[in-house]
Design a protein around this ligand. Structure first.
Ligand SMILES: [Zn+2]
Length: 355
């Protein structure tokens, strides 16, 4: 997303907050619940060049969100309780779930203490390969490479491209061009390109992953905590919709088996890597259900409604985005107003409806 778009959305959200659009629209749009997506929780302030900071919030912001969600009348429930919740009475208070993707160690060090303070549950989705030292955090490796490089030479879609990456503006431009270019090609090829760039610039992707990700021993220890549950997130963290059928199915089935085996208990929840429409669709939603997942979450934006009880492996989420660490935005998102507006615009313009 460009910075201009981000500023525009921020301005619109601020306007909606001050117009009390969130509370006015709430009776029309209030969902059965909301599932929040998080990745990193870390206390340090963002660096000037940190394009992946949208995946990171501070412990203080998380604390404020939990306080607000409880004060707003939401029941914070474990993700595994969502099917039961949707099957229950429609006049029950709305529910909220908190989910973390990828299994970063900061979830234990900085998020868990905040959830403990409030006595609230959360779920962490772990790719089967990540705790075994086989993770490829290529989006962070790309960021680190551009941070140190003054120039990047890359071939995208068979076309050689040179990016100057000396200034902050040049680095931001190069990251967004390269990241989205890579998201459109075969993921194995994309990862090879990033690995080549990293080695050319002396970046050790292995050390970066080891530093950030929990090991199986750490995950097993955390799994004993009564507030914490774990779910699967494929083995290799691939955008499943881009994979051939058999490989996509194996990624889902084997990751659920890996989690169940490593933790010694059945794993029933799943999160689609990247999770947008290009990464997971109807084929993948069916595969997750076939693999025995009782709940699977996307990153398609929206609230969970009663109608989702027949779509339990295609649930939308709301990202707690590092660029929106402002409680006003969270309140507006919780009301469902932005999604109602988006859907209304799509209906008016004839664009395909949101899932
Ligand atoms: Zn992920």
């Amino acid at each position: 997303m460009s910075r201009n778009t981000t500023s525009l959305i921020k301005a619109a959200l601020t306007a909606m907050h001050y117009a009390r659009a969130d509370s006015m629209l709430a009776p029309l749009t209030g969902g059965a619940g909301v599932i929040f997506t998080l990745h990193h929780v870390r206390p340090e302030p963002p660096q000037p060049f940190e394009p992946n900071r949208i995946l990171k919030i501070t412990p203080d912001f998380l604390d404020a969100v939990l306080t607000e969600v409880v004060r707003g009348g939401f029941d914070v429930v474990a993700l595994d309780d969502v099917p039961q919740r949707l099957a229950g009475e429609s006049d029950a208070p709305p529910f909220a779930c908190f989910t973390f993707d990828d299994g970063y160690r900061d979830n234990r060090d900085f998020a868990l203490p905040v959830f403990e303070k409030h006595g609230l549950p959360f779920t962490v989705f772990v790719p089967g390969d990540f705790p075994s030292g086989k993770a490829d955090l290529w989006w962070l490796v790309l960021e680190e490479t551009i941070r140190v490089a003054n120039k990047i030479e890359i071939s995208l879609h068979g076309l050689p491209r040179d990016f100057r990456t000396g200034s902050l503006a040049e680095k931001m431009h190069a990251f967004h061009q390269i990241y989205w270019g890579l998201r459109r090609i075969d993921e194995d090829d994309a990862r090879m390109i990033v690995a080549g760039l990293a080695s050319a610039h002396g970046i050790d992707g292995r050390a970066l992953a080891d530093d950030l990700l929990m090991t199986w021993d750490e995950i097993r220890a955390m799994a004993h905590h009564p507030l914490v549950s774990f779910g699967a997130h494929t083995n290799g963290h691939y955008a499943l919709a881009k994979l051939p059928e058999a490989r996509a199915r194996a990624e889902i089935v084997e990751s659920i088996a890996t989690l169940s085996r490593e933790l010694g208990r059945p794993c029933q929840s799943f999160s689609f890597p990247y999770g947008d429409v290009t990464a997971a669709g109807e084929r993948e939603f069916r595969m997750a259900a076939d693999a025995g997942a009782s709940v699977a979450v996307t990153t398609r934006k929206g609230l969970v409604h009663a109608r989702h009880k027949d779509r339990m492996t295609a649930l939308p989420r709301v990202s707690l985005n590092g660029d929106y660490q402002d409680m006003r935005f969270v309140k507006v998102f919780m009301s469902g107003a932005p999604f109602a507006l988006r859907d209304a615009v799509k209906r008016l313009t004839g664009a395909p409806a949101a899932a």
